[in-house]
Design a protein around this ligand. Structure first.
Ligand code: NAD
Length: 267
């Protein structure tokens, strides 16, 4: 896609699922990739291996950097961003992908579990955005931030109150930062995946009965793939989206179209 080759992108939580697919796709488009992983080096290395191979296959000579770090910790975020800049001289794209969820009836949610979800999904995204915006401004160069939100940015999610709050907040984070920095060439957008086949959903991904229930709620009758999410991120990061900021792109097979209205039931 136009304008991606030669750029440097940091992807948080890039060792699995959607984040892994994003790092791979951006490398395939010619970006150097900074692969943040939370725990296991081998998982980050797996992403790196595929990303470099795909880049080579598509004729791009890209470099990569693996950086361990917990995005909910300020010192880790500073280290991640500073290592990226030290290695590549600059950063052009941030993808705030790292995310967790916690399931429990809202009246039984332990406050430390509530805080943990908010710390990773929202505070972590803000911290990373704050640090890369500082860098973009200091270099007086344009930059792109893409937040991986969710359809639960707008759809309520019983039993997952902290997750729903964090993604609702992410919508506001996207719009606020987009407005604040639009005149300095910094674009901030989100993608909002619907049900996607990744490890976060292993509960239904590997259970045919549960998977059938998931499919029955999706107008396009199938879950999405990480690669479909990564394609939207590549678009938003590219020059093709040069005039877009403050938007959330819903990539959800129609999940946000009120599937209950597929057939007339109110007449
Ligand atoms: P996943 O569990 O495979 O990926 C989450 C990643 O975040 C993992 O690599 C994990 O190591 C990383 N992570 C968790 N805590 C972290 C921390 N403190 N610091 C750094 N990294 C951390 O699941 P996924 O589905 O690929 O999720 C990626 C993003 O997509 C999340 O933000 C999630 O909310 C969002 N999303 C997923 C779906 C879906 O159906 N899979 C739908 C909507 C939104």
């Amino acid at each position: 896609m136009r304008g991606l080759a030669g750029k440097t992108a940091l992807v948080t939580g890039a060792s699995s699922g959607i984040g892994q697919a994003i790092a791979i796709r951006l490398a395939e488009e010619g970006c150097n990739v900074v692969i943040n992983y939370r725990r296991k080096l081998e998982e980050g290395q797996h992403t790196e291996e595929i990303a470099l191979q795909k880049a080579q296959d598509s004729g791009h000579n890209v470099r990569s950097l693996l950086v361990q770090g917990d995005v909910s910790k300020e010192e880790d975020v500073l280290r991640i961003v500073n290592s990226a800049i030290a290695e590549f001289g600059t950063l052009d794209i941030l993808v705030n992908n790292a995310g967790i969820q916690f399931e429990a009836p809202s009246h039984e949610v332990p406050i430390d579990r509530f805080d943990q979800v908010m710390m990773v999904n929202l505070r972590g995204a803000f911290l990373c955005a704050r640090e890369v915006i500082k860098h973009f401004l200091s270099q007086q160069r344009p930059g792109v931030i893409i937040n991986v939100s969710s359809v639960h940015e707008i759809i309520p999610r019983p039993m997952y109150v902290s997750y729903a709050l964090s993604k609702g907040g992410m919508g506001s984070l996207t719009k606020t930062l987009a407005l604040e920095y639009a005149d300095r060439g910094i674009r901030v957008n989100s993608i909002a995946p619907g049900a996607t086949v990744t490890p976060i959903n292993q509960d239904w991904v590997n259970d045919p009965e549960k998977k059938a229930v998931v499919k029955s709620h999706i107008p396009m009758a199938r879950p999405g793939t990480s690669e479909e999410m990564a394609a939207a991120v590549a678009f938003l990061a590219s020059g093709e989206a040069a005039y877009m900021t403050g938007q959330t792109l819903f990539i959800d097979g129609g999940l946000t179209l009120y599937a209950d209205f597929r057939e007339a039931w109110s007449a």
